[in-house]
Design a protein around this ligand. Structure first.
Ligand code: AMP
Ligand code: MG
Length: 337
Protein backbone atom coordinates (compact mmCIF):
# COMPACT_ATOMS: atom_id res chain seq x y z
CA UNK A 1 0.00 0.00 0.00
CA UNK A 2 1.22 3.53 -0.80
CA UNK A 3 2.13 5.84 2.07
CA UNK A 4 0.80 9.36 2.56
CA UNK A 5 3.80 11.56 1.69
CA UNK A 6 3.37 14.03 -1.19
CA UNK A 7 6.27 14.48 -3.63
CA UNK A 8 6.44 17.87 -5.41
CA UNK A 9 8.35 18.46 -8.64
CA UNK A 10 9.27 22.01 -9.67
CA UNK A 11 10.59 22.72 -13.17
CA UNK A 12 9.15 26.04 -14.39
CA UNK A 13 12.50 27.58 -15.39
CA UNK A 14 16.15 27.51 -14.24
CA UNK A 15 15.65 25.23 -11.22
CA UNK A 16 14.77 21.54 -11.07
CA UNK A 17 13.68 20.59 -7.60
CA UNK A 18 12.12 17.67 -5.72
CA UNK A 19 10.50 18.30 -2.35
CA UNK A 20 8.23 16.57 0.11
CA UNK A 21 5.53 17.16 2.66
CA UNK A 22 4.51 14.41 5.05
CA UNK A 23 0.95 13.14 5.52
CA UNK A 24 0.14 16.14 7.74
CA UNK A 25 1.40 18.59 5.11
CA UNK A 26 4.57 19.42 7.04
CA UNK A 27 7.31 20.61 4.60
CA UNK A 28 10.79 19.07 4.25
CA UNK A 29 13.67 20.92 2.54
CA UNK A 30 13.96 20.28 -1.22
CA UNK A 31 16.77 18.77 -3.24
CA UNK A 32 17.40 21.21 -6.11
CA UNK A 33 19.80 22.15 -8.85
CA UNK A 34 19.88 25.39 -10.85
CA UNK A 35 21.37 25.81 -14.31
CA UNK A 36 23.94 28.64 -14.39
CA UNK A 37 24.98 29.45 -17.97
CA UNK A 38 28.52 30.81 -18.35
CA UNK A 39 27.18 33.49 -20.63
CA UNK A 40 23.79 34.63 -21.88
CA UNK A 41 20.42 34.08 -20.25
CA UNK A 42 18.49 30.89 -19.56
CA UNK A 43 17.81 29.00 -22.78
CA UNK A 44 14.64 26.89 -22.34
CA UNK A 45 15.98 23.82 -24.16
CA UNK A 46 19.34 23.90 -22.37
CA UNK A 47 17.50 24.20 -19.05
CA UNK A 48 15.24 21.30 -20.04
CA UNK A 49 18.33 19.16 -20.86
CA UNK A 50 19.78 20.07 -17.47
CA UNK A 51 16.56 18.94 -15.77
CA UNK A 52 16.47 15.60 -17.63
CA UNK A 53 20.04 14.82 -16.59
CA UNK A 54 19.33 15.46 -12.91
CA UNK A 55 15.96 13.80 -12.61
CA UNK A 56 16.99 10.42 -11.17
CA UNK A 57 19.66 11.89 -8.91
CA UNK A 58 17.36 14.48 -7.31
CA UNK A 59 14.57 11.93 -6.80
CA UNK A 60 16.96 9.53 -5.05
CA UNK A 61 18.51 12.29 -2.94
CA UNK A 62 15.19 13.59 -1.62
CA UNK A 63 14.11 10.07 -0.62
CA UNK A 64 17.46 9.32 1.07
CA UNK A 65 17.60 12.63 2.97
CA UNK A 66 14.13 11.94 4.37
CA UNK A 67 14.76 8.27 4.97
CA UNK A 68 11.74 7.11 2.96
CA UNK A 69 11.19 4.74 0.00
CA UNK A 70 9.10 5.30 -3.15
CA UNK A 71 6.36 3.22 -1.49
CA UNK A 72 5.94 5.91 1.18
CA UNK A 73 4.76 8.38 -1.47
CA UNK A 74 0.99 8.57 -1.93
CA UNK A 75 0.65 11.54 -4.33
CA UNK A 76 2.79 13.22 -7.00
CA UNK A 77 2.41 16.98 -7.47
CA UNK A 78 4.11 18.98 -10.24
CA UNK A 79 4.20 22.56 -11.55
CA UNK A 80 1.72 22.67 -14.41
CA UNK A 81 2.45 26.35 -15.21
CA UNK A 82 3.24 29.14 -15.76
CA UNK A 83 6.79 28.80 -17.07
CA UNK A 84 8.99 27.77 -19.97
CA UNK A 85 7.24 25.04 -21.98
CA UNK A 86 10.30 22.85 -22.50
CA UNK A 87 11.12 22.92 -18.77
CA UNK A 88 7.55 22.37 -17.61
CA UNK A 89 7.25 19.32 -19.84
CA UNK A 90 10.25 17.61 -18.16
CA UNK A 91 8.68 18.00 -14.71
CA UNK A 92 5.29 16.81 -15.97
CA UNK A 93 6.85 13.80 -17.70
CA UNK A 94 8.79 12.84 -14.55
CA UNK A 95 5.59 13.18 -12.50
CA UNK A 96 3.57 11.06 -14.93
CA UNK A 97 6.26 8.36 -14.94
CA UNK A 98 6.45 8.12 -11.15
CA UNK A 99 2.66 8.24 -10.84
CA UNK A 100 2.20 5.42 -13.35
CA UNK A 101 5.01 3.29 -11.93
CA UNK A 102 3.80 3.59 -8.34
CA UNK A 103 0.12 3.65 -9.33
CA UNK A 104 -0.62 6.76 -7.26
CA UNK A 105 -2.58 9.96 -8.07
CA UNK A 106 -1.16 12.93 -9.94
CA UNK A 107 -1.92 16.60 -9.24
CA UNK A 108 -0.79 19.45 -11.49
CA UNK A 109 -0.59 22.74 -9.56
CA UNK A 110 -0.20 26.47 -10.20
CA UNK A 111 3.38 27.57 -9.45
CA UNK A 112 2.38 31.10 -8.35
CA UNK A 113 -0.25 29.80 -5.93
CA UNK A 114 2.37 27.40 -4.52
CA UNK A 115 4.57 30.39 -3.58
CA UNK A 116 1.64 31.85 -1.64
CA UNK A 117 0.68 28.65 0.15
CA UNK A 118 4.21 27.73 1.32
CA UNK A 119 4.53 31.31 2.59
CA UNK A 120 1.25 31.10 4.51
CA UNK A 121 2.28 27.78 6.00
CA UNK A 122 5.76 28.96 7.00
CA UNK A 123 4.80 32.39 8.34
CA UNK A 124 1.45 31.56 9.89
CA UNK A 125 -0.22 34.52 8.24
CA UNK A 126 -3.87 34.19 7.39
CA UNK A 127 -5.09 36.41 4.58
CA UNK A 128 -2.09 38.33 3.23
CA UNK A 129 -1.39 40.52 0.25
CA UNK A 130 1.34 38.60 -1.56
CA UNK A 131 4.16 40.57 -3.12
CA UNK A 132 5.46 37.93 -5.53
CA UNK A 133 8.84 39.03 -6.90
CA UNK A 134 10.67 36.42 -8.92
CA UNK A 135 12.70 36.09 -12.11
CA UNK A 136 9.78 35.87 -14.50
CA UNK A 137 6.94 37.29 -12.41
CA UNK A 138 6.16 40.42 -10.43
CA UNK A 139 2.63 40.48 -9.05
CA UNK A 140 0.65 41.88 -6.14
CA UNK A 141 -1.98 39.29 -5.26
CA UNK A 142 -4.89 39.04 -2.83
CA UNK A 143 -7.45 36.36 -2.08
CA UNK A 144 -10.91 37.59 -2.99
CA UNK A 145 -13.99 35.40 -3.56
CA UNK A 146 -12.30 32.02 -3.91
CA UNK A 147 -9.38 33.04 -6.11
CA UNK A 148 -6.02 34.69 -5.71
CA UNK A 149 -6.59 37.85 -7.76
CA UNK A 150 -3.80 39.82 -9.39
CA UNK A 151 -4.29 43.43 -8.28
CA UNK A 152 -1.19 44.72 -10.01
CA UNK A 153 1.73 43.33 -11.98
CA UNK A 154 4.66 44.10 -14.23
CA UNK A 155 3.68 45.22 -17.70
CA UNK A 156 7.03 44.18 -19.17
CA UNK A 157 9.69 41.98 -17.50
CA UNK A 158 9.86 40.44 -14.04
CA UNK A 159 11.93 42.33 -11.45
CA UNK A 160 14.39 39.41 -11.07
CA UNK A 161 14.83 39.20 -14.82
CA UNK A 162 15.56 42.94 -14.85
CA UNK A 163 18.24 42.54 -12.13
CA UNK A 164 19.75 39.52 -13.93
CA UNK A 165 19.85 41.30 -17.31
CA UNK A 166 21.42 44.42 -15.82
CA UNK A 167 24.00 42.27 -14.05
CA UNK A 168 24.76 40.24 -17.18
CA UNK A 169 25.44 43.39 -19.19
CA UNK A 170 28.15 44.21 -16.66
CA UNK A 171 29.76 40.76 -16.68
CA UNK A 172 27.94 39.17 -13.72
CA UNK A 173 26.54 35.68 -14.46
CA UNK A 174 23.06 34.41 -13.49
CA UNK A 175 21.67 34.92 -10.90
CA UNK A 176 22.65 38.58 -10.75
CA UNK A 177 20.25 39.66 -7.97
CA UNK A 178 22.40 38.51 -5.03
CA UNK A 179 25.53 40.19 -6.49
CA UNK A 180 23.66 43.47 -6.99
CA UNK A 181 22.56 43.24 -3.34
CA UNK A 182 26.21 42.78 -2.33
CA UNK A 183 27.38 45.73 -4.45
CA UNK A 184 24.64 47.94 -3.01
CA UNK A 185 25.79 47.00 0.51
CA UNK A 186 29.38 47.89 -0.41
CA UNK A 187 28.17 51.31 -1.55
CA UNK A 188 26.28 51.75 1.69
CA UNK A 189 29.37 50.80 3.72
CA UNK A 190 31.49 53.51 2.11
CA UNK A 191 28.66 56.08 1.97
CA UNK A 192 26.81 56.01 5.28
CA UNK A 193 24.27 58.55 4.07
CA UNK A 194 23.59 57.39 0.52
CA UNK A 195 20.22 59.12 0.29
CA UNK A 196 22.23 62.29 -0.29
CA UNK A 197 24.11 60.58 -3.09
CA UNK A 198 21.30 58.60 -4.75
CA UNK A 199 21.29 58.64 -8.52
CA UNK A 200 18.17 59.60 -10.37
CA UNK A 201 16.29 56.85 -12.21
CA UNK A 202 12.75 56.60 -13.62
CA UNK A 203 10.12 55.51 -11.10
CA UNK A 204 7.94 52.96 -12.80
CA UNK A 205 4.56 52.75 -11.06
CA UNK A 206 1.52 52.91 -13.33
CA UNK A 207 -1.56 52.82 -11.11
CA UNK A 208 -1.34 49.31 -9.64
CA UNK A 209 1.06 48.10 -12.31
CA UNK A 210 4.84 48.28 -12.72
CA UNK A 211 7.44 48.38 -15.47
CA UNK A 212 11.14 47.61 -15.19
CA UNK A 213 12.78 47.74 -18.60
CA UNK A 214 13.01 51.56 -18.71
CA UNK A 215 14.57 51.54 -15.25
CA UNK A 216 17.13 48.98 -16.42
CA UNK A 217 18.06 51.01 -19.52
CA UNK A 218 18.49 54.14 -17.43
CA UNK A 219 20.69 52.27 -14.95
CA UNK A 220 22.83 50.97 -17.84
CA UNK A 221 23.16 54.55 -19.05
CA UNK A 222 24.40 55.71 -15.62
CA UNK A 223 27.13 53.05 -15.66
CA UNK A 224 28.12 54.08 -19.21
CA UNK A 225 28.35 57.70 -18.00
CA UNK A 226 30.95 56.60 -15.46
CA UNK A 227 29.00 56.52 -12.20
CA UNK A 228 30.38 53.95 -9.73
CA UNK A 229 28.80 50.55 -10.42
CA UNK A 230 28.06 50.03 -6.70
CA UNK A 231 26.19 53.35 -6.57
CA UNK A 232 24.06 52.40 -9.56
CA UNK A 233 23.26 49.02 -7.96
CA UNK A 234 22.14 50.78 -4.80
CA UNK A 235 19.95 53.26 -6.67
CA UNK A 236 18.51 50.56 -8.91
CA UNK A 237 17.43 48.51 -5.88
CA UNK A 238 15.98 51.54 -4.11
CA UNK A 239 13.85 52.53 -7.11
CA UNK A 240 12.68 49.04 -8.10
CA UNK A 241 11.87 47.92 -4.55
CA UNK A 242 10.15 51.18 -3.57
CA UNK A 243 7.87 50.82 -6.60
CA UNK A 244 6.88 47.27 -5.55
CA UNK A 245 6.32 48.30 -1.94
CA UNK A 246 4.17 51.27 -3.03
CA UNK A 247 1.84 49.01 -5.02
CA UNK A 248 1.72 46.50 -2.16
CA UNK A 249 0.82 49.31 0.26
CA UNK A 250 -1.97 50.50 -2.02
CA UNK A 251 -3.27 46.92 -2.17
CA UNK A 252 -3.43 46.86 1.65
CA UNK A 253 -5.37 50.14 1.59
CA UNK A 254 -7.83 49.00 -1.11
CA UNK A 255 -8.59 45.57 0.38
CA UNK A 256 -8.47 46.45 4.08
CA UNK A 257 -6.12 43.52 4.72
CA UNK A 258 -3.31 43.81 7.27
CA UNK A 259 -0.58 41.34 6.28
CA UNK A 260 2.08 41.41 3.57
CA UNK A 261 3.71 38.16 2.52
CA UNK A 262 6.84 38.24 0.36
CA UNK A 263 7.59 35.40 -2.07
CA UNK A 264 9.78 34.59 -5.09
CA UNK A 265 13.56 34.68 -5.38
CA UNK A 266 13.92 38.46 -5.09
CA UNK A 267 12.30 38.20 -1.65
CA UNK A 268 15.70 36.83 -0.52
CA UNK A 269 16.89 40.44 -0.64
CA UNK A 270 17.28 41.96 2.84
CA UNK A 271 16.69 45.54 1.66
CA UNK A 272 13.31 44.57 0.14
CA UNK A 273 12.41 42.76 3.37
CA UNK A 274 13.37 45.82 5.40
CA UNK A 275 11.37 48.18 3.19
CA UNK A 276 8.30 45.98 3.59
CA UNK A 277 8.76 45.85 7.38
CA UNK A 278 9.06 49.66 7.56
CA UNK A 279 5.97 50.22 5.38
CA UNK A 280 3.90 47.75 7.41
CA UNK A 281 4.99 49.24 10.73
CA UNK A 282 3.85 52.66 9.52
CA UNK A 283 0.33 51.40 8.87
CA UNK A 284 -0.19 48.87 11.68
CA UNK A 285 0.20 45.91 9.37
CA UNK A 286 2.65 42.99 9.56
CA UNK A 287 5.26 41.87 7.04
CA UNK A 288 6.11 38.17 6.59
CA UNK A 289 8.73 36.35 4.61
CA UNK A 290 9.45 32.60 4.52
CA UNK A 291 13.02 31.25 4.90
CA UNK A 292 15.10 31.85 1.77
CA UNK A 293 14.98 28.19 0.70
CA UNK A 294 11.20 28.59 0.33
CA UNK A 295 11.40 31.98 -1.46
CA UNK A 296 13.32 30.61 -4.43
CA UNK A 297 11.65 28.01 -6.65
CA UNK A 298 11.45 24.70 -4.78
CA UNK A 299 9.70 21.34 -4.98
CA UNK A 300 8.45 21.53 -1.40
CA UNK A 301 6.02 24.36 -2.19
CA UNK A 302 4.63 22.24 -5.04
CA UNK A 303 4.19 19.30 -2.65
CA UNK A 304 2.47 21.55 -0.11
CA UNK A 305 -0.04 22.87 -2.67
CA UNK A 306 -0.55 19.33 -4.03
CA UNK A 307 -1.31 18.21 -0.47
CA UNK A 308 -3.88 21.02 -0.06
CA UNK A 309 -5.51 20.43 -3.45
CA UNK A 310 -5.86 16.65 -3.07
CA UNK A 311 -7.23 17.00 0.46
CA UNK A 312 -9.91 19.18 -1.09
CA UNK A 313 -10.82 16.64 -3.72
CA UNK A 314 -8.84 17.63 -6.80
CA UNK A 315 -6.76 15.25 -8.92
CA UNK A 316 -5.27 15.45 -12.42
CA UNK A 317 -5.99 12.66 -14.90
CA UNK A 318 -3.37 11.70 -17.50
CA UNK A 319 -5.49 13.39 -20.17
CA UNK A 320 -5.53 16.64 -18.17
CA UNK A 321 -1.84 16.50 -17.30
CA UNK A 322 -0.49 18.70 -20.11
CA UNK A 323 1.36 21.87 -19.12
CA UNK A 324 0.12 25.46 -19.45
CA UNK A 325 2.90 27.99 -20.09
CA UNK A 326 0.53 30.93 -19.63
CA UNK A 327 -1.34 29.70 -16.54
CA UNK A 328 -2.69 32.70 -14.61
CA UNK A 329 -2.64 33.06 -10.83
CA UNK A 330 -6.41 33.68 -10.82
CA UNK A 331 -7.27 30.64 -12.96
CA UNK A 332 -6.99 28.29 -9.96
CA UNK A 333 -10.05 27.96 -7.68
CA UNK A 334 -9.08 28.09 -4.00
CA UNK A 335 -11.31 25.76 -2.01
CA UNK A 336 -9.36 25.58 1.27
CA UNK A 337 -9.66 28.03 4.15
P1 AMP B 1 12.80 32.62 -8.78
O1 AMP B 1 12.48 32.94 -10.21
O2 AMP B 1 11.64 32.87 -7.85
O3 AMP B 1 13.42 31.28 -8.55
O4 AMP B 1 13.91 33.65 -8.32
C1 AMP B 1 15.11 33.83 -9.05
C2 AMP B 1 15.39 35.30 -9.10
O5 AMP B 1 15.63 35.80 -7.79
C3 AMP B 1 16.59 35.65 -9.94
O6 AMP B 1 16.20 36.68 -10.81
C4 AMP B 1 17.61 36.14 -8.92
O7 AMP B 1 18.49 37.13 -9.40
C5 AMP B 1 16.71 36.71 -7.84
N1 AMP B 1 17.36 36.79 -6.53
C6 AMP B 1 17.82 35.77 -5.78
N2 AMP B 1 18.41 36.25 -4.65
C7 AMP B 1 18.30 37.61 -4.70
C8 AMP B 1 18.71 38.67 -3.84
N3 AMP B 1 19.35 38.44 -2.69
N4 AMP B 1 18.43 39.93 -4.23
C9 AMP B 1 17.77 40.18 -5.38
N5 AMP B 1 17.37 39.22 -6.23
C10 AMP B 1 17.63 37.95 -5.90
MG1 MG C 1 8.86 31.18 -8.83
Amino acid sequence: MAGDWVLGIESTAHTFSFGLVDGDGVPRPSESDTIRPDKGGIHPREAADHHVELSTDLFQRVLEKNDITPQDIGTIAYSQGPGMGACLRIGAAAARTISTQLDIPLIGVNHCVAHIEIGREQCGCDDPILLYVSGGNTQVIARLEGRYRVLGETLDIGIGNMLDKFARKHGIPFPGGPVIEQKALEWLATNPNPSLKGLELPYAVHGMDLTFSGLMSAANRLVAEGHPFEAVCWSLQEHAFAACIEVAERALAHTGKSEILLGGGVACNQRLRDMSTIMCAERDASSHCPPRMYCIDNGTMIARLGWLETRHGRQTTLVQSGVDQEMRTDSTPISWP
